[in-house]
Each structure stands twice: as structure tokens, then as C-alpha cells.
Design a binder for this molecule. Sequence first.
Ligand SMILES: [Zn+2]
Length: 554
Amino acid sequence: MIQQINNKHCCSRLSINAYFLIVVNLILIIVGCVLVFGHSLNLNREIFDPNHDEWSYNDPKWESLIPNWWDQKNFKPPVGPAEESTQEFWKSKAQKTLQDKLNSRINTNKAKNVVIMIGDGMGFSSIMAARSYLKDVSAELSFEKFHHSGMSKVYCVNYQVPDSACTATAILRGIKNNYSVIGLTSKVNLYNCSASHDEEARIPSIFKYAQDADKSTGIVTTTRVTHSTPAAVYAYAASRNWESDDNLVPDGCDDIGKQLIHGPVGSKLDVVLGGGLGNLMPEELGGKRRDGRNLVDEYKKQHKNSSVVYNKDQLKSVDPKTTDKLLGLFANSHLDFKLFANDETQPTLTEMTAKALDILKKNQENGFMLMVEGGRIDRAHHENQAHLALEEVVEFHKAVEYVKQNTNEEDTLIIVTADHSHPFTIGGYLPRGRNILGPGDYSIEDKKWIFSASYGQGQGYYNHFDKEAGERKSPRGMKYMEPTFKQPSAVPMDEGTHSGEDVGVFASGPYSHLFTGVYEQNFIAHGMMYASCLGPDDVLKNPKCENDAENEIK
Ligand SMILES: [Zn+2]
């Protein structure tokens, strides 16, 4: 797409060579027109919408593209891909799916390894839009190929629309609780530090059970390693905001950063990769900590065979054979959005995941448990910046693909899900082949094009509403492929909110069939514990747990 955007600058200087190019181009245009009439989807894209490029909407030709579907006589319906016009195409596609399903068997091996991958804010509309953004709406993301999928209900105990703290607590601890609270039951309200000391309110993390079973454990995220989702792996906090001691943490409660380095689960994590260096460093060294503690130094002293890395090169050079503990902090706060990141210095989610797997896989005897979070999808949606969000979904899809390719389906359970969704919607009757981020339909109410991708709430409202004229702005000329472009929102708010509908759960490996159907989000932890023979005494136990040796994967 970027290449296409650049193309418009290509013809500013004329020379003899340029005239030659013009003649060649004319021939190509004529060939193109012939192919268009030969109903090729790709070339229809050129005619309908030379999109992925905003200038097309200033082209006078654009007027002729207004869908006149209300005029039955003159309506020219859009044309889809030619190959999809036969019965054979759809029949063979469905038959292949049927055969795949018939071939799939129920895998009741013990899950030696568990990888839980969370796309923060990755609702169904994000998944659909990412297919279109990646290639075409018919594209398939890596986790859609998993044999089993279901839907989880994401509400928390005191809110219908949840946040990442209560949803991550449900996924990683198996109990639902209150909004913004991590690892504590709903007896503990937001900010209630003293209530958080009640042992009965403390919900053990499935990572604790994994560590008790001598599994290696790790977390990988594109957010701060002290942010809500990773924190739910290892911390108890009556507020998700208590990431470091600068944020009004009451006396008697440890901030999340401290729990990462010294807490009973945090200190035993073998791999921790993400952002959030600032929450572990004192103010005088550029961090946020007021207690003057340098928790990175304390980590190094605590773990002799450890490496601490701060950039991509250092991460690359970590030798998994000689490194048992790895702490990688690649930004003071969150990692940069994929579209803005410096590829030279900031590792991608997939690169971090790959290194984590290399280290965790060394535990041949007992296996491992890994949490991977594509954490920036959510933030981009909060900003109504769909382009950034979709790029994050694509990176998350690549990380899932990597994990699938580099683990064994026979002994590794992979769960891919979202903690919650966003009020991000794909509306307007967008014809096939058009850019998911651009205008796709036309409103005869206000005689303007409408963007297909839009939001319920957020700052995008201001970019699309003309206050003086008291009407919606026309999308004409809007540079919607700029990464910072904000899609329209219906209601102005300082930032977009989450949404409360169900999210997808995609499962592969042992006992992945448990994750079909519709269930409460906290079930996910129970399914993972059953599959991997983990958990407290009072939960259902997989009969295969009785005799481990018998069930070893050869
Ligand atoms: Zn959020």
C-alpha cells in the first residue's frame, strides 16, 4: 500500500525516457481496460477505487462511482471475483472444509505445554477487517485454521462492558471479578488495598500452578510488562494503575513492578519480554519509581544465569542454550505501534515470541506455559485509528502462526482469544475489493460518501463533523491511509471505549475441543488447567493426570 501511495509522485519530471514510459503506460492502460471488461476483480479495483490511496476521491470520475442502487434501471452492481461465480467454486471450498472437519480427531493427550495468546481488544470486527486489510475479505488468519473455536462472554462482575484487568483475571485465573482489579475476587473494590490482603480474595494464577508443576513460564507483550494483561499472570492489585510506586499505591500494598521482580510468581518467570522499563527504574535514572529502587539491578542479582536486554540486536544475540532467565525491556512505556516502530531497534511480537519459545522449550521434562499479548490493538482502537489497529492484528496473526509452526499439536495446547472487543464496526455496503479503511458506500441523506470502518465513541467524531456547518464532513480528500487518520465515531469522547459483546476463542492441540460453544470467559482457565493437569485439588481432573509416564508423548 505504501508503495502505491508513493507511486503518485513518480511522474513529476519528464525526459525522453519518460515519453517512452508514457507510451508503454498507454499500452498497459488499453490492456487493462480489456481485462476490466473481462471482469477481473483486481482491475475493477483500479476502476472503482484506485484506493489504498486517498487522491482517488478527489478525482471527478469518482462521482460516477456513486452507487445508484435506489435507481433500479440504471444501477450498475459491483462485480466480484470471476472465479467465485461458479457453483463449483463454493461447492469445492465447502467440501474441503467438510473433509478437514471429518479428518480431525479429538486430541486427548495431556497438554505438556500451554500457550495462551491474547489480542487485546481484538473483537470479531477487527478480525474480519484484518482479513480484508491483509489481502481480501476471504483471507484466513492463522488462528482461524485451528480446528476448534467458540465464544466467550466477557462481562465482569460489576460492569457489562469490561476492561483488560478483569478480563485477564478471568482468562488467567478462572474467576470473574471487578473492573480494573487484578487477581482479586469481587469482594475487593477498586483501590481497596486493605481488602486485597484477605487470603480468600486472592485468586491463584494458572501460572502459579504451572510453576508448582516445575514448568517453565514466560510472558511476552507489546505493552508495558506491568500492564493489566501481563500483570494478571503474576500480580494482585486493587488497581491496575498501581504499576509503579509513583501512582498513589497505598502503604501496605506492593506496586505491580515490585511484584514482577519479587512476587512469588513474578520472580519465578523465566522469560519476561515487552515494554515498561520506566516502572522498574528510579526517577534519577529516567524511570518513574520514587522509592529509588532499581528493580532491573535487583533482578540481575537475584538470577545468576540471566540476561537483561534492551533492543533488538541484544535480543537476537541471546543464546537460549546458556540463558535460563531473560528480561527484555524495549521501551520505557509501551512498545511503539508496528507502523511507527524502528525496525532496527524494536523487536516485533513474533521475534520476542520466537526467543521466548527457544528458552522455554528447554524444559523437556515438564514443559512450559507462555502468555503472549498483542497489546496495542486495543490502544489504536481507543484512538479510533483503525489503520494502526489492523497492522497490530496482522502482527498478532503472524506471532500465532510462528507458535503453531514451532510447537507440536500433539503436546501443546494453543488458545488464541481477545480479552474484550471495541465498538469498531464495518458498515455501509462495501463492495468486494475496496479498501476496508476507505469510503465504501454513499448516503443519500446527506449526499456524501461514508466510511465503512467506524466507531461508536472517540475522538474521530471531531475529524468528521463540521461544527460550523452543523453537518458531517465529506470523506472527499481525506487522507485515510495516513497511519494517524481517525475513522469517524458517532459520539465524541476523550477516547473510544471497549465494547461488551462476546469474543472468539480459537484452540489447537490437546483438549482443544473443550473450547467449542459459548461460555463464560473464566472457563478458559479451567479448560487450560484440565488439559494440562494443573490446578487446585477441588477442580475436575483429567484421568490422564494419574499416570504421567504412561501419557508421555513419544
Ligand atoms: Zn483498552
